[in-house]
Design a binder for this molecule. Structure first.
Ligand code: GLA
Length: 731
């Protein structure tokens, strides 16, 4: 059983295949954290790990506790409250009917059950009985009566824990939730680095790793969406751990709105990490009888470095988060018209694109922005989701028929949350946009954000989308979101509930996305937010792929995709070959193959040589589809730090097949000639498909492969791909 409770020591142990998480119930009902790390067999012996300091005169102590070492000021906790003697950052803070924020949660019971419950209205990991086990701890505040239910689901084979909190108000007066984090993680020392990703439009997922410092540090969003600035992912990486070895704890928040991952390193050098909704833009009124469910946070423990952490996240998300039927179904290879045509297209041009692309082997045409309303530029049309028949003469059905007649599928673009001031929707409903009372709303890309907290707004957009999707053979939707939220305010909520707005917005978007994907389960949904501005696991629950970045330069894409791969599977990363000028056509394909793969260019403009390469790329896409989508990724170099090479490798789950790729970012004069492969079976023998030479896995992983080339060596922007297949061990 992965979850055990020892009644004599009152210790809960949550074991995965290679990790242990443990906490105890103190005599006074406090939930005291003990341990998170490599799997250990001990239980009662973990109890002394609760002590991290010595009671001193400035640290208050519960008068019923005689143990002088026990002050909440020092004790690691599972769900720290506030103003109860713990002066560090609090996970839960409830303003009581009396107006104070003392929040003091004590254990009142627990249950352990197979499987995992759904979180109402929120994306979350899922599991059948037998795949996971869940612990629900019930706590209550003795004065306000407010209850907090802490959920822990253990995914043993993935070394993962999924955590969230449900708060209930069983009292007779309303209370306000001021802070409601999804999880708290306490570690015993500063022997960890803080790793996270920052970025901006077209430059997402830059990784940064730095030592923990005393005091506060963290990442957040206040943009209404997750944004490209920080991704809701962080890792605490043991000093000395690297890509291939050492301990790393990854934290991923399954949420698409204002988030916070906050770390406080206390005076003793102990880090406390909180992950959840950003409290700086949050306050939630709980009336008597109401409850509030936080989003889910997932932690993954790896004793095999950052690579091991990423591979665990990838498998967990593919198996237990991305619920689309397309997650494990072969996805159609698409061409998107955006970078080639922008707003300047008509049905004839699209049919020509489809004809040319079909010749190459492309399977689906995606018509991006500009097909609806008066959308001839980005000043007009958002919100009016009716086909513009001046552009698509004969109507959308006629266009799709022509594309289908070529044997190709058809996909379409939407930006459901947005409206231009110059649109019929805005003229009819100017009050439907997000705006704070009495303030002029800002514009961004000439558009406003629709108030998705309001059911009538969602219903209107749903009906408009349904009218098109249900009457045409549309098999793919790109759901875009090209601005963030400012002047936040809601016309319907009373002043004391305005603090709920941002979270209600996210819930509204989830509801609409759920409705669309449930009504049209056959549609492959790809998310997008000016590229990777909402590249988060909340979105991944609904859409198995997300456009990773508006930057399609292959060299820049390397750091963007390598960064994303810290937490997210390659199968989720939208990646296309485009007309961007840097690198040769082969390299564009090699980089797009570390993603969903597709094209975003004018196929009529390809040279005969490029067309021949495209056909080879498409053959490679089919040949390596399973290996790339369901195999293990090994990042061999770090393109953000290596001056010359981006090297990576996929290995099939049974380790009989491997694909190595090198992109030469900058030509070295005197370059390394070998590279060690990763993740092979040392006992197996692998044949290099290109040369027919056979090597043991042991040799390939210790001596490496020969990448030398005659002088002057590999050129800037060139690439090498090597495919190895294994046969039985010799001898
Ligand atoms: C965003 C997306 C692009 C494209 C345009 C259309 O920038 O990231 O891929 O869809 O919008 O306006």
């Amino acid at each position: 059983m992965p979850i055990t409770f020892d009644p004599s020591s009152r210790i809960f142990k949550l074991d995965t295949d290679s990790s242990t998480y443990a906490f105890l119930v103190h005599d006074e009902g406090y939930l005291v954290h003990l341990y998170y790390g490599p799997k250990v067999p001990d239980t009662a012996a973990l109890a002394p790990l609760m002590y991290r300091g010595w009671y001193d005169s400035l640290s208050p102590r519960n008068p019923h506790v005689s143990d002088r070492r026990f002050s909440l000021d020092f004790i690691p906790q599972e769900c720290p409250g506030s103003s109860n003697g713990d002066f560090r950052i609090s996970a839960l803070e409830v303003r009581s009917p009396a107006g104070d924020t003392v929040t003091d949660l004590r254990y009142t019971g627990h249950r352990i059950f197979p499987g995992k419950p759904e979180l109402p209205g929120l994306p979350a990991t899922f599991a059948q009985e037998g795949e996971a086990e869940t612990l629900e701890i019930e706590t209550a505040d003795p004065v306000t009566g407010v209850k907090a239910f802490l959920l822990y689901t253990v995914f043993p084979g993935y070394d993962a824990l999924a955590r969230s909190v449900r708060v209930e108000n069983p009292g007779s007066a309303s209370v306000d939730l001021e802070r409601a984090y999804s999880m708290c993680l306490e570690l015993p020392s500063m022997d960890y680095d803080f790793l996270h990703m920052y970025g901006r439009w077209a430059k997402e997922n830059t990784t940064v790793r730095h030592p923990l410092q005393h005091g506060l540090q963290g990442i957040q969003s206040k943009r209404g969406m997750t944004g490209p600035n920080h991704n809701p992912f962080a890792a605490l990486v043991r000093k000395g751990a690297d890509e291939d070895q050492g301990q790393a704890i990854g934290v991923s928040l399954i949420y698409s709105g204002n988030f916070s991952m906050e770390i406080e390193v206390d005076t003793l050098g102990c880090p406390r990490l909180l992950a959840g909704i950003n409290p700086s833009t949050f306050r939630w009124r709980l009336e008597p009888g109401e409850s509030f469910q936080t989003p889910e946070a997932v932690t993954v423990f790896s004793g095999e470095g950052l690579g091991g952490m990423s591979r665990r996240f990838h498998r967990l998300f593919l198996d237990h988060l991305m619920r689309s039927q397309w997650t494990k179904k072969k996805r159609p290879l698409l061409i998107n018209d955006w970078e080639a045509a922008v707003f300047d297209f008509d049905d004839q041009l699209l049919v020509e694109f489809a004809q040319e692309a079909k010749e190459l082997g492309v399977e689906m045409l995606v018509m991006d922005d500009g097909w609806f309303g008066a959308r001839n530029n980005d000043y007009q049309g958002l919100g009016d989701w009716q086909v513009n028949e001046n552009k698509l003469k004969g109507g959308l059905g006629h266009l799709i028929d022509q594309v289908n007649a070529l044997g190709m599928k058809f996909g379409i673009w939407y930006e459901p949350e947005m409206v231009n001031p110059d649109s019929d929707l805005f003229r009819a409903h100017p009050d439907w946009i997000i705006q704070a009372k009495g303030r002029e709303p800002s514009l961004s890309r000439n558009q406003y954000v629709l108030d998705m907290t309001r059911p009538e707004v969602r219903e209107n957009i749903y009906q408009q989308m349904c009218a098109v999707l249900s009457s045409h053979n549309i098999e793919y939707v790109k759901w875009d979101c090209n601005r963030n939220i400012s002047e936040a305010g809601n016309a319907v909520l009373p002043p004391e509930r305005q603090g709920e707005f941002f979270h209600r917005y996210v819930l509204g978007v989830y509801e609409l996305m759920d409705r669309i994907t449930s009504t049209f389960p056959h549609i492959l949904l790809e998310n997008c937010s000016s590229g990777g501005g909402r590249f988060d696991p909340g979105m991944m629950y609904y859409s198995p792929q997300i456009w990773t970045s508006d930057c399609t330069d292959p060299i820049e894409r390397l750091t963007i995709q390598f960064g994303a791969s810290l937490c997210y599977p390659v199968a989720s990363m939208g990646a296309h070959v485009s007309a961007s000028p840097r690198t040769g056509f082969e390299t564009k394909g090699a980089v797009a193959l570390m993603g969903t793969f597709g094209y975003e260019l004018d196929p009529r403009k390809l040279t005969p040589e490029e067309k021949a390469v495209a056909k080879e790329q498409i053959a490679a896409y089919h040949k390596y589809y399973d290996l790339i989508h369901y195999g293990d990724l090994y990042r061999i170099t770090d393109p953000a730090r290596d001056p010359y090479f981006a090297d990576w490798q996929f290995v099939s789950p049974d380790r009989t097949e491997a694909l190595f790729t090198r992109v030469v970012m900058r030509k070295p004069e005197n370059y390394y000639q070998t590279q060690r492969l990763r993740g092979l079976d040392p006992e197996k023998y692998y044949t290099d498909e290109a040369t027919g030479e056979t090597y043991s896995g042991a040799l390939l992983m210790s001596a490496g492969i020969d990448l030398s080339a005659p002088w002057p060596g590999p050129q800037d922007g060139s690439c090498v791909m090597k495919h190895f297949t294994a046969r039985k061990a010799q001898g």
